[in-house]
Write a protein that binds this ligand. Structure first.
Ligand SMILES: NC(=O)c1ccc[n+]([C@@H]2O[C@H](COP(=O)([O-])OP(=O)(O)OC[C@H]3O[C@@H](n4cnc5c(N)ncnc54)[C@H](OP(=O)(O)O)[C@@H]3O)[C@@H](O)[C@H]2O)c1
Length: 320
């Protein structure tokens, strides 16, 4: 599934499924025969011309996948291509880091070629569909709630936009980590589904909460930012990894300094965090929320669902 052209108004017009030459495998890299892949908003941004330079087209899209190496090992793909040493031990902080499908071809294909360190063992307890969901949205939510949240014990977490891939992951992971979880969604059906995956309270977007929270998990951006800052207790923290509805809401600096709030950015996660997340899933029974599974050849339908925002959880594609 490739991006052939980009348009912010009609992003899906640039999509194409077709045969391409088998990729070469450089020294130190491995070939993954993809079994399952999953979509992320990142794929839509690429089609809109954000984060993917036009001179890199055509580009195979996709960050998430699980599959089998040439030697038969079953693996989950880590989507962050970077050098931990260049980021002080954290490849997400390598100034030259890229995600699959930004510089190197992505995962929505029968094969993807990645550096050896970009595969981790797939736990047998996870299905192929579940495993493919973890490397991007789920890893992002995991890092937000662990490394970046500042929480050292059970706390109260608000997740904005419950239906999103990162948000629905954050609800389930926060619950598995022992937090009290509040969430918002514009849609009543999604609020019900959020309760089913572990939220303690699901309210309409912007509605008043019963209590202030320690941490807000924010991916919606402009549409919920004011509510996120108002929801925090003094000294609370908003962890932000996305801005689907717009990146430039009023900063509300008076509130930030007066209540001594922290605004913390977060992007993807490290290989070590992906291993931790897989172990958390294996140990606790935590499983990704899968909205829909269909063959790669029918990926356009999944992209349409992603673009209209109607999914709750991940849109999975089967490849082999
Ligand atoms: N930094 C990273 O590493 C990273 C990783 C993954 C994703 N992201 C970013 O995070 C964002 C979320 O991505 P995603 O794939 O999880 O989900 P998504 O499809 O972008 O959905 C996010 C949720 O935001 C809510 N929303 C969207 N527009 C809204 C509006 N106008 N008003 C109120 N709520 C609105 C919706 O929730 P309801 O329908 O439930 O209200 C929607 O389900 C994207 O911008 C993506 O690029 C970043």
């Amino acid at each position: 599934m490739q991006c052939l052209s980009q348009s912010s108004a009609a992003p899906l017009e640039g999509l194409a499924v077709h045969e391409i030459a088998e990729p070469a495998v450089p020294d130190g890299w491995v070939r993954v025969h993809v079994r399952t892949a999953a979509l992320n908003h990142h794929d839509l941004w690429s089609l809109r011309g954000i984060g993917l330079a036009a001179d890199r087209l055509p580009m195979t899209l996709g960050c998430d996948a699980a599959g089998v190496l040439d030697d038969g090992r079953e693996v989950v793909v880590h989507a962050v291509v970077g050098d931990p040493a260049a980021g002080g031990g954290d490849e997400t902080l390598d100034p030259r880091r890229t995600l699959l499908s930004e510089l190197h071809p992505g995962t929505l294909a029968t094969q993807v070629v990645v550096p050896e360190r970009n595969v981790v063992a797939k736990p047998a307890e996870l299905s192929w569909e579940e495993a493919a969901c973890l490397p991007t949205a789920w890893l992002t939510a995991y890092r937000m709630l662990t490394t970046r949240s500042g929480l050292t014990g059970p706390g109260t977490v608000l997740v904005q936009g419950a239906g999103g891939g990162v948000a629905s992951a954050a609800i389930a992971i926060a619950k598995a980590l022992g937090h009290t979880v509040f969430c918002t969604s514009r849609d009543e059906d999604k609020r019900d589904r959020a309760l089913a995956v572990g939220a303690d309270l699901a309210i309409a977007t912007g509605e008043r909460l019963p209590d202030k929270v320690d941490v807000v998990i924010e991916t919606v951006g402009a549409a919920t930012w004011e509510h996120s800052l108002r929801a925090l207790r003094p000294g609370g923290r908003v962890v932000v990894s996305g801005a689907t509805s717009g990146p430039n809401p009023p900063a509300d600096l008076n509130r930030v300094f007066f209540l001594q709030l922290s605004v913390v950015g977060s992007t993807m996660g490290t290989r070590a965090e992906l291993v931790e997340l897989l172990e958390l899933a294996r140990r606790t029974g935590l499983r990704p929320v899968v909205d829909d599974v269909r063959p790669l050849a029918d990926a356009r339908t999944s992209f349409e669902r992603l673009a209209e925002g109607s999914a709750f959880g991940k849109l999975v594609l089967t490849v082999a």
